[in-house]
Design a protein around this ligand. Structure first.
Ligand SMILES: [Ca+2]
Length: 300
């Protein structure tokens, strides 16, 4: 701005110099003309020249005054411009400071965002790891559940097997009454009085014991006769096959009672049946003299 001000001052001085030079030339021209005219320029002509000179001087004075006014206005505008420039510079510096602060804040925020992004990445990685662990745990749980189901089935099978292993029964022929039972040929005996029937594998309606577990069993039976003219023959049957027998001839007046018994260890498959058949007479009463018993020794 100082340069601009100096420029205008130089311009003003140049204008003033030109004006003075012009007037000076005019005066010189008037003097030269007077010298040339000599005695011709006298009286009114000289007054006319002098009047012109004064007129030029007044014009010059007015021009100087006008230029001074313009110069003052220009100086005022320059000062105002300087003030405006200073104000703008201050505002610009303030803006720069604000910009710097904003940039610093932006950098700080960016750093925080970067830090949070890094933390988020770590958290996501941890989450991914946890999800993998959860997935693995879920698979483990599913596998454990399957194993548990298998174990439950196994336990149930073992319980069923353990229950099936509890096999024992003991019976006698008559539930009530007394006397001989007679069959002319081997016929199924139904032992209706039940002492023990663990597992209910003996049927007191049909007389059959049915094996529901594969294993080795022991069976025994006893026959008693009294006052018999037919004698006694009994046999232990595995399905349709006779296994062991007992027998005695008819009683006599001097020997009115006879007893016979037998037993066997049998390997039975699931579904095999065991029973006792009679041919002749067999006696029973409330003393339970004729019996059929059996139990499981062990499973196979
Ligand atoms: Ca006898």
């Amino acid at each position: 701005m100082k340069t601009l001000e100096a420029f205008f001052l130089v311009l003003m001085l140049c204008s003033l110099y030109k004006a003075l030079e012009h007037n000076s030339n005019g005066i010189q021209w008037v003097e030269d003309a007077a010298e040339k005219q000599g005695p011709v320029m006298e009286g009114s002509e000289a007054e006319l020249v002098l009047s012109s000179i004064w007129e030029e001087l007044r014009n010059l004075r007015d021009m100087v005054v006008e230029q001074r006014t313009e110069l003052r206005q220009l100086m005022a505008r320059v000062i105002a411009t300087d003030i405006l420039v200073e104000t703008l510079q201050k505002e610009n510096e303030a803006m720069k400071a604000r910009m710097t602060a904003a940039e610093t804040l932006a950098e700080t925020l960016q750093m925080e965002i970067d830090g949070q992004a890094a933390e988020l990445a770590v958290a996501q990685q941890k989450l991914g790891t946890l999800q993998e662990k959860v997935t693995v745990n879920e698979l483990d749980v599913e596998e454990l559940q399957k194993q548990q189901e298998v174990q439950n089935v196994t336990v149930q099978e073992l319980q069923d097997l353990n229950q099936a292993r509890k096999v024992a029964f003991s019976t006698s022929l008559l539930a009530d009454g007394v006397g001989n039972t007679n069959h002319n040929d081997f016929t199924q005996l139904i032992f209706r009085n039940v002492f023990t029937n663990t597992g209910n594998y003996y049927n007191p309606i049909t007389g059959y014991f049915t094996a529901l577990v594969r294993g080795v069993y022991y069976f025994s039976f006893t026959g008693y006769i009294a006052h018999s003219e037919n004698g006694i023959r009994m046999r232990l049957m595995k399905n349709v096959n006779p296994i062991v027998f007992i027998g005695d001839r008819p009683t006599t007046p001097t020997d009115l009672e006879d007893n016979a018994s037998n037993g066997a260890v049998l390997q039975l498959e699931v579904g095999d049946v065991v029973s006792v058949q009679l041919s002749g007479d067999v006696w029973d009463d409330h003393y339970h003299r004729t019996t059929f018993s059996g139990f499981l020794l062990f499973t196979l």
